[in-house]
Design a protein around this ligand. Structure first.
Ligand SMILES: NC(=O)c1ccc[n+]([C@@H]2O[C@H](COP(=O)([O-])OP(=O)(O)OC[C@H]3O[C@@H](n4cnc5c(N)ncnc54)[C@H](O)[C@@H]3O)[C@@H](O)[C@H]2O)c1
Ligand SMILES: [Zn+2]
Length: 407
């Protein structure tokens, strides 16, 4: 394997040099970050064409049987290549293709995966591989956590969002009809294998949804990275390989550092949800799939900035910079004007950030300084939501280009 960096050394690079591309050399075919979570240490391996090399998988898949879980969109594109590699390791490879969509991250399809495990007589020594975006990653991880009380699994994320967020950190889940991600486990993978080549088939909207989560890391804890995003947004949108690789690595370093500090979300891990309480309300009220998760989070992050400004915690210029940056990726920076304040409040009150009836929000006390707090008056929250409704009525031009236009 090529370059191996512990997080410690990369941290030093980051702090010393702010952000430059100097740490990414085109000559290095494979780069590895280590996540040192309390329950497990594991690598995130980045490289172009990793699916085709059995050596990227065999150390992390003990036993002689492997079940690959994918979906009907990703399977036809990449399953054969992965299967060839895994077969070359001498193991028996089984596969299951799920339908494509968030609604299939369900108990029913979890059972279908477990049925496959039983049908093919997988046992404690067998492994699972998740080939797909966050939906496939979350359900496969949970199946791996459940089957015979836990088998090894490897994440092979194929969306930008899954690379920079869902595949790292060990949150696994399926949805309950009454709530998203309500049934799940903290269960870390043995490895995350990021074949950057697979991102080429991702459409622009999905790419932008991943960029929203990348910008999030800058806002919550990495101001130099925010500035780097401002300087490199054009490269990200144009899918420049070195730029995207750097953005992915830096995001994963941030995610890993947070997970290392707080694997089970007792505190700081919640800051990864900046904009998500507003965003989840938008996603749910518009109907899942209308606004992509990353799109709703983009508008939600702008709302969190606006509210932080109203609390006197954040300079208005940060909101403006965030809006400008997200808009460059064609992400929405306004909530849907059709959403009444009551709708926001209803959905926000069932969010997982409500503890014992108290709504906690992730807000900013500065660029790069997120806090989890219930220390705000409800009026400021109402005023923030109402502000956008006024804006829509009084300055519709402020809205025109900044929404998702759903049919
Ligand atoms: N576990 C976590 O910590 C965590 C964090 C964030 C999000 N999530 C979960 O992740 C899910 C969202 O993930 P997502 O945004 O990756 O959505 P997704 O898995 O639905 O993928 C988005 C779309 O892209 C398609 N696709 C995937 N890879 C592709 C490729 N290489 N080329 C072409 N098309 C491709 C998929 O089939 C799908 O249609 C949600 O369920 C969310 O709850 C989990
Ligand atoms: Zn998210």
């Amino acid at each position: 394997m090529g370059f191996v960096a512990s997080l410690g050394s990369l941290r030093k690079v980051r702090r010393r040099s702010s952000v430059t591309m100097a740490s990414v050399s085109p000559a290095e075919r494979t780069r590895v970050l280590e996540v040192k979570a309390e329950s497990r240490t594991y690598p995130i391996i980045f490289g172009d064409g990793l699916l085709g090399d059995p050596a990227n998988f065999s150390p992390y898949l003990p036993g002689d049987k492997v079940l690959v879980v994918t979906n009907e969109t990703v399977g036809p594109l990449y399953l054969n290549k992965l299967r060839e590699s895994l077969t070359a390791t001498g193991k028996s490879i089984f596969t299951i293709e799920l339908p494509d969509g968030e609604q299939y991250k369900s108990m029913e399809w979890l059972n279908a995966i477990l049925d496959k495990c039983m049908d093919h007589k997988l046992d404690r020594k067998s492994s699972l591989v998740a080939l797909g975006g966050g939906v496939v990653g979350d359900i496969t991880g949970f199946a791996a956590a459940c089957f015979v009380r836990g088998v090894p699994f490897v994440q092979v994320p194929t969306t930008l969002l899954a690379v920079v967020d869902s595949s790292v950190g060990g949150k696994t889940a399926v949805n309950h009809p009454k709530g998203k991600n309500m049934i799940g486990a903290f269960y870390q993978p043995r490895a995350v294998v990021v074949d950057t080549a697979v991102l080429s088939t991702l459409d622009d909207r999905q790419l932008a949804a991943g960029i929203a989560e990348i910008v999030k890391y800058g806002l919550i804890r990495d101001e130099p990275f925010f500035r780097w995003c401002e300087e490199n947004m054009d490269g990200m949108i144009a899918r420049d390989p070195a730029t995207l690789l750097y953005a992915m690595e830096r995001s994963c370093i941030n995610k890993a550092e947070v997970v290392e500090a707080d694997e089970r979300e007792g505190g700081v891990r919640a800051t990864l949800n900046l904009g998500h309480t507003f965003g989840h309300a938008i996603e749910a009220s518009m109907g899942y799939g209308q606004w992509l998760h990353g799109e709703a989070v983009a508008a939600g992050m702008v709302m969190a900035c606006e509210m932080s400004v109203r609390l006197g915690w954040l300079d208005e210029s940060v909101t403006k910079r965030t809006e400008k940056l997200l808009a460059r990726a064609s992400l929405p920076i306004r909530p849907p004007p059709s959403m009444a304040i009551e709708e926001f409040m209803t959905y926000m009150s069932v969010d997982k950030k409500v503890e014992s009836g108290v709504l906690k929000l992730i807000l900013l006390k500065g660029l790069g300084e997120a806090v989890v707090t219930a220390d705000f008056s409800k009026e400021v929250l109402y005023d923030t939501i109402m502000y956008y409704q006024h804006l829509f009525r009084e300055k519709p031009e402020e809205y025109d280009n900044y929404l998702i236009h759903t049919s």
